[in-house]
Design a protein around this ligand. Structure first.
Ligand code: C2E
Ligand code: MG
Ligand code: MG
Length: 651
C-alpha cells in the first residue's frame, strides 16, 4: 500500500510539477506574445504579404502582438506618405513637362542637369544637347557676357534674380526672354541647384514696339507724327543751341492735292502721299526730320545748317522733287507745294511759335501763288496780327453801341421832291471820333461779322422809319447790304423776323442796296432771295453800277427794281466824254431793262441838269445834301426847296 501511496504521490507530484511547468511556460511564452499565437502568426504573414489593412485587432500593451500591430500601423502611414509624395512628384513633373515657360535646372556649378520640353521648344537645343552645359553656352544672355556671371552672383546673394535678356536660339535667331533665376539650398544653406525659368517675350516686345510706333508715326506714310515732331524739335533746338548751327523749321502743304482726291479717289490720293513721303525722306539727310501733320500738310526740320542759303537750296530741291509727276495706276498727276520756313536762332521763339511762324510763311507762299519757298517775315506777321486786332476792335463796337446811321437824301429833280434816304453807317470811335465806313468795313468784309452788323443796320433803319412815319414823313429808306450777308440761305427768314419787330412799318418803305463790287458766286441763289423778299414788299437796288466786273450779268439775272450809277462816272462826266458815255449808256440800259435809275455823287447843279436831260431824274449827292444825323432829317426835308436853276436848265 505504501508503494502504491508512493507511486500515487509521485504521480500527483509529477503532475503538479508538470502543471506548474506548463503554467509557467504559458506565462513566459504566451503572455509576451499577447494573444493567440496562431493569430499572431497570421498577422505577421499578412504583413509580410503587404496586407496592411486595418482589421480591428487589439493587443495587450507591451506584448509582441501590440508591437506587430504598431509596426503595421507605422508601415501603413509611411506608405501613405510615400504615395502622397509620389503623387506630388508626378504633379510637379507634369507641370515641369507641360509648362509653357522654359525651365532649366543646374547644379551648384551652373551645369545644366535637367531641362523641360518648353526649354527645347524655345531654345532649339534638345535635352541631351543641353545637359552638362552652362546656360551661356546655349545662347543665354548673348549680348553681355558678364551678365550671366553677374546673374550667378546676384542669385547667390539674393537667392533670386529676374530681368529681361536677349538670347540666341540654336538656329542663330535672337529672341527676348524674361528670365527668372533662383537657387535651391540644402539644410546647411549651401547652394545645391539653380533653377531658371524663362518665357519668350519677342512677340510681346514687337507688339509693344508696334504700339510705340503707332503712337509716334503716321499710319499711312510711316513718317513721324506731330507728337514725335515736337519731341525732335525740342532735341534739335537743344543741339542747335549747343553747336551754334542753324535750324530750319518748315511747313509744307501741297498745292492741287484736293482735285487728285476728288477726281481719282482717296485711294489714289493716299498712294500719292506715300510716294511723296518716300521722295521727301530720300531727298533729306538722316539727321533731318519729315513729319506728316495730317492731310497734305507736312513739317520738315533741317538740322546743322551753316547758312540760310543752304536751307533754301535744300527746300528748292524738295520743291522740284515733289513736282516730278506721280503715276497712280494708269494716270499720271503732278502736284506742287508751298513751303514756309523760319530759321532758329534768328527767330528765337518757343517751339510752338516756330511752327506757327513756318505755317504763316507757308500760308504766305500760297497767297503768293503757291509752288514756292517763303521765309517767315516778322514784319508781315505783325501786320497780320494787327489786322486781327483791328477786326476784334470793330466787332466790339457793336456790343459797345458805337455804330450810328446817317442819312443822305435822294431827290427827284423833275418833281422837286424828296423820294428817299440812304442809311450810311458811321462808327463813333471813342478816341478817333466819327469814322466813315471806308475805314472799317474793309477790315470785316470777308468775315461773318458782316451778318450781325447788317442786321443791326436793318433794325436801326426800320426803327427810324417808324419814327419818321409817325412824324408824317413818307419816303423809302435804303440800306446797304454786304454780298456776304445776302448770300445767306436764311436771309429772307431773318428779314421776316426783323420786319415783324416793327409791325407798323410797311415793308415797301425798305429798300436794300446790293453793293455790286462784291463778287457774288451763287447769283441764282441771290436772285431767289431777292424774289422772295420782294414778295414781302421790300425793294432792291444794284449799287455802284458799272465799276464791278459782272455788272451786266447781275443786271440781267438779279431782279432788282433800281440801278444806281456809280459816283465815279458822275463825278467826271462833264470833263470826261468816256464817263459821260458810260452814264448815258447805263441810263439807256436801265430803260431797256425796265429798271429805275439813280445817279449818286451829284455835287453840282450842272451835273443834275445833264442827268435830267439824259433821262435820270432821281439823284443823290453832296449837291443835294451830305449824309446827316437822323434828327436833322425832318428839318431838312421841310426846308428843302429845289434849286430852280436845275429845272430851268431843262429848257
Ligand atoms: P454807297 O452805298 O455807294 O454810298 C454812297 C457813298 O458816297 C457814301 O459814302 C456817301 O457819303 C458818299 N457820297 C454821297 N454823295 C457824294 C458826293 O456827292 N460826293 C462824294 N465824293 N461822295 C458822296 P460813305 O458813307 O463813306 O459810304 C461808303 C460806302 O460804304 C457805301 O457806298 C456803301 O457801299 C458802304 N456802306 C455804307 N453804309 C453801309 C452799311 O450800313 N452797310 C454796308 N454793308 N455798307 C455800307
Ligand atoms: Mg449805297
Ligand atoms: Mg454807291
Amino acid at each position: 500500500a505504501n508503494a502504491w501511496f508512493v507511486v500515487f504521490a509521485g504521480i500527483l507530484l509529477g503532475t503538479l510539477l508538470i502543471f506548474i511547468i506548463l503554467w509557467q511556460l504559458r506565462r513566459l511564452i504566451l503572455n509576451p506574445i499577447g494573444g493567440d499565437p496562431a493569430l499572431a502568426i497570421d498577422v505577421v504573414k499578412r504583413i509580410a504579404a503587404g496586407d496592411l489593412a486595418q482589421d480591428g485587432l487589439n493587443a495587450k500593451p507591451d506584448t509582441l502582438m501590440a508591437s506587430v500591430l504598431e509596426m503595421r500601423q507605422k508601415l501603413r502611414e509611411s506608405i501613405d506618405t510615400l504615395q502622397l509624395n509620389a503623387e506630388r512628384m508626378r504633379l510637379s513633373a507634369s507641370v515641369f513637362d507641360h509648362a509653357h515657360d522654359g525651365i532649366f535646372i543646374t547644379d551648384a556649378n551652373a551645369n545644366i542637369v535637367e531641362v523641360n520640353y518648353a526649354f527645347t521648344q524655345i531654345t532649339g537645343y534638345s535635352r541631351e544637347e543641353a545637359l552638362g552645359h552652362v546656360p551661356q553656352a546655349l545662347g543665354f544672355v548673348t549680348y553681355d557676357d558678364s551678365l550671366l556671371d553677374l546673374l550667378w552672383l546676384q542669385a547667390e546673394s539674393n537667392s533670386e534674380w529676374r530681368g529681361e535678356t536677349w538670347n540666341r536660339r540654336m538656329n542663330g535667331d535672337v529672341y527676348a526672354a524674361w528670365l527668372d533665376i533662383f537657387c535651391v539650398r540644402d539644410e546647411a544653406n549651401h547652394i545645391k541647384n539653380f533653377v531658371g525659368l524663362f518665357s519668350d517675350i519677342t512677340q510681346a516686345k514687337e507688339q509693344q514696339q508696334n504700339l510705340e510706333r503707332m503712337a509716334y508715326h503716321d499710319p499711312l506714310t510711316q513718317l513721324p507724327n506731330r507728337a514725335l515732331l515736337s519731341d525732335r524739335l525740342q532735341q534739335a533746338l537743344a543741339r542747335a543751341e549747343r553747336s551754334g548751327e542753324l535750324l530750319a523749321v518748315c511747313c509744307l502743304d501741297l498745292d492741287g492735292f484736293k482735285p487728285v482726291n476728288d477726281t481719282l479717289g482717296h485711294e489714289a490720293g493716299d498712294y500719292l502721299l506715300v510716294q511723296l513721303a518716300v521722295r521727301m525722306s530720300a531727298c533729306l539727310r538722316d539727321s533731318d526730320t519729315v513729319a506728316r501733320l495730317g492731310g497734305d500738310e507736312f513739317a520738315v526740320l533741317l538740322c546743322g545748317l551753316q547758312s540760310v542759303d543752304e536751307c533754301t537750296q535744300t527746300l528748292e530741291r524738295l520743291l522740284s522733287v515733289i513736282k516730278t509727276p506721280y503715276s497712280l495706276g494708269d494716270k499720271t498727276v503732278t502736284v506742287s507745294s508751298s513751303i514756309g520756313y523760319t530759321i532758329f536762332p534768328d527767330d528765337g521763339c518757343e517751339p510752338d511759335t516756330l511752327l506757327r511762324h513756318a505755317d504763316h510763311a507757308m500760308y504766305q507762299a500760297k497767297l503768293n501763288g503757291g509752288s514756292r519757298v517763303q521765309q517767315f517775315d516778322s514784319h508781315h506777321d505783325r501786320q497780320f496780327r494787327g489786322l486781327r486786332q483791328d477786326r476784334e476792335r470793330v466787332e466790339a463796337a457793336l456790343p459797345n453801341d458805337e455804330f450810328r446811321l446817317h442819312y443822305q437824301p435822294k431827290v427827284d429833280l423833275r418833281q422837286g421832291k424828296v423820294v428817299g434816304m440812304e442809311a450810311l453807317i458811321r462808327w463813333e470811335h471813342p478816341e478817333l471820333g466819327l469814322r466813315g465806313p471806308i475805314t472799317f468795313l474793309p477790315i470785316i468784309e470777308d468775315t461773318d461779322f458782316s451778318i450781325p452788323l447788317g442786321e443791326w443796320v436793318i433794325r436801326e433803319a426800320l426803327g427810324q422809319i417808324k419814327i419818321w412815319q409817325a412824324a408824317g414823313l413818307d419816303f423809302q429808306v435804303s440800306v446797304n447790304i454786304a454780298a456776304r450777308h445776302i448770300v445767306q440761305s436764311n436771309f429772307t427768314e431773318r428779314l421776316i423776323l426783323l420786319l415783324a419787330e416793327f409791325p407798323e412799318v410797311e415793308p415797301r418803305k425798305l429798300e436794300l442796296e446790293i453793293t455790286e463790287t462784291a463778287a457774288i458766286e451763287d447769283v441764282s441763289g441771290v436772285a431767289n432771295t431777292i424774289n422772295s423778299c420782294k414778295q414781302l414788299g421790300v425793294s432792291f437796288a444794284l449799287d455802284d453800277f458799272g465799276v464791278g466786273y459782272s455788272s451786266l450779268t447781275y443786271l440781267r439775272r438779279l431782279p432788282v427794281e433800281t440801278i444806281k450809277i456809280d459816283q465815279s462816272f458822275v463825278r467826271d462826266m462833264l470833263q470826261d466824254v468816256d464817263d459821260l458815255a458810260v452814264v448815258a449808256g447805263v441810263i439807256s440800259l436801265s430803260r431797256d431793262f425796265k429798271r429805275k435809275v439813280v445817279a449818286e455823287g451829284v455835287e453840282t447843279s450842272e451835273q443834275g441838269v445833264w442827268l435830267l436831260r439824259m433821262g435820270c431824274s432821281v439823284v443823290q449827292g453832296y449837291g443835294i445834301a451830305r449824309p446827316m444825323h437822323a434828327d436833322a432829317v425832318l428839318n431838312w426835308v421841310e426846308a428843302y426847296q429845289q434849286d430852280p436853276s436845275w429845272t430851268q436848265g431843262l429848257v
